[in-house]
Design a protein around this ligand. Structure first.
Ligand SMILES: Cc1ncc(COP(=O)(O)O)c(C=O)c1O
Ligand SMILES: N[C@H](C=O)CCC(=O)O
Length: 429
């Protein structure tokens, strides 16, 4: 595989951009090698600057649910752009977007647009703190809620990939307000809440975790947290930045049949443009300025180009439920195919899958939390990643990330991926 131009660009990028990338997970640090510089993407394929083509399992970390350069989205963005790219004043499009989300997702009475998942989660915990008058939050090891200071404690995604234990710049007092426990450990949540009686403002969770590979909530885990939150007056926040409108029309709340008090959304609701949102129950969201005094703002919030992209994508998903059904069925097909070739290889493995989120862990034990994801044979994952890349399949460059399917994938792409896995395992084992 010729990657000369990517290597040249990476060398050049490192002169001007920290580590050569604008988000650390792109740097291939944990798998080694040079990140590929992408020129364009269409349907299910990414094309790099050297002209190589890859089946894409990143999907821009979630939003490309219907594939890249999806024609109705491109058209809607083009049509909107001629009316200018930002006004700093309200538009009807923002109302339509809010109404659409309210009609699709449970428990969203009021919703505020922001420009990233980080902002959405950061704002949600501020609202929860304002609402409860409490300071502490509980998050789960290996979950990632963006890079706001409060979340950079035992975080997943790039923080775990780079093995950063404590993030310089996050003050000890901020970190002390973030309590953590293992994902799927309800008893630990009960204990933390009891030890910090009447001090916990919010419990924030990825309802299906995608930032330590894909980790599925065990039966009773989220239900148990819901009960604790109700009993203790704690705000239960679902971070649906990955799962929202992907796992089901109403996101993880609908798929798992659990109500959240606040929900955060991100990249998915902008169809790949920089968007986020936080919303939830009226009595909590009424705290947000200018209605209440929990201040939150954004010059580009509700940006018309981002709104039209998100509105177009969500409308299509809303009107054609068969699309998410198809996507989930394709993921099950992939899971079964991978299962077959992994079993035949004789190497220990675990496949975690729910909806169109999936990950392979080289482990002989169930992978149910960050500790078990980290205990897997991640050296083998590195080899697997490169063997797959060589065969034209672009997986996330870390074992601590979920893979995302897109609905432009056809059986031939899934079969190619399964075959590539079979060949890769023969090469690396
Ligand atoms: C679950 C989750 N929450 C929050 C974020 C932060 O979103 P962003 O990168 O848009 O700030 C991400 C991804 O980055 C995420 O996966
Ligand atoms: N896991 C992260 C978000 O989903 C990866 C994206 C990033 O941080 O660049």
């Amino acid at each position: 595989m010729n990657t000369t131009k990517s290597i040249e660009l990476f060398n050049r990028a490192q002169e001007s951009i920290p580590g050569g990338v604008n988000s650390p997970v792109r740097a291939f640090r944990s798998v080694g090698g040079t990140p590929l510089f992408i020129q364009r993407a269409e349907g299910t394929y990414l094309y790099d600057v050297d002209g190589n083509r890859y089946i894409d399992y990143i999907a821009s970390w979630g939003p490309m649910i219907l594939g890249h350069a999806y024609a109705p989205l491109v058209k809607a963005i083009q049509e909107q752009a001629v009316f200018s790219t930002s006004y700093g004043a309200p538009t009807e499009l923002e109302i339509k977007m809010a109404e659409l989300i309210r009609s699709m997702a449970p428990n969203v009475d009021l919703i505020r647009m922001v420009s990233s998942g980080t902002e959405a989660c950061m704002s949600a915990i501020r609202v929860a703190r304002g609402y409860t008058g409490r300071n502490k939050i509980i998050k789960f090891e290996g979950c990632y809620h963006g890079h706001a200071d409060s979340f950079l404690v035992k975080a997943g995604s790039g923080v775990a990939t780079l093995n950063i234990q404590a993030v310089p710049g996050v003050t000890a007092s901020t970190a002390a307000d973030t309590l953590t426990c293992a994902y799927n450990d309800l008893a630990a949540v009960e204990q933390l809440v009891a030890e910090n009686k009447s001090q916990v403002a919010a419990i924030i969770v990825e309802p299906v975790a995608g930032n330590m590979g894909c980790i599925i909530p065990q039966a009773g885990f989220l239900e148990g947290i819901r009960k604790i939150c109700d009993a203790e007056g704690i705000v239960f926040i679902f971070d649906e930045v990955m799962t929202g409108f992907r796992l089901a029309r109403g996101g993880a709340q609908e798929k798992l049949k659990i109500d959240a008090d606040l929900v955060t959304y991100g990249k998915v609701i902008g169809g790949g443009l920089p968007v986020g949102a936080f919303g939830g129950k009226r009595k909590i969201m009424e705290m947000v300025a200018p209605l209440g005094s929990v201040y939150q703002a954004g010059t580009l919030s509700g940006n018309p180009i981002a709104m039209i992209a998100g509105y177009t994508l969500l409308s299509i998903l809303n009107e054609q439920p068969k699309l998410l059904k198809e996507l989930n069925e394709k993921t099950v097909y992939l899971r079964d195919g991978l299962d077959k070739v992994l079993k035949a290889s004789g190497t220990p493995y675990v496949i975690n899958q729910l909806g169109s989120m999936i990950s392979v862990h080289f482990s002989d034990k169930p992978v149910t939390n960050f500790a078990s994801a980290a205990a897997a044979n991640n050296d083998l994952f590195k080899k697997y990643f490169h063997a797959m890349l060589k065969r034209g399949v672009y997986l996330p460059p870390s074992a601590f990330e979920s893979w995302f399917l897109n609905n432009a994938m056809q059986q031939e792409h899934l079969d190619t991926t399964i075959k590539a896995t079979e060949e890769s395992l023969k090469e690396i084992l």
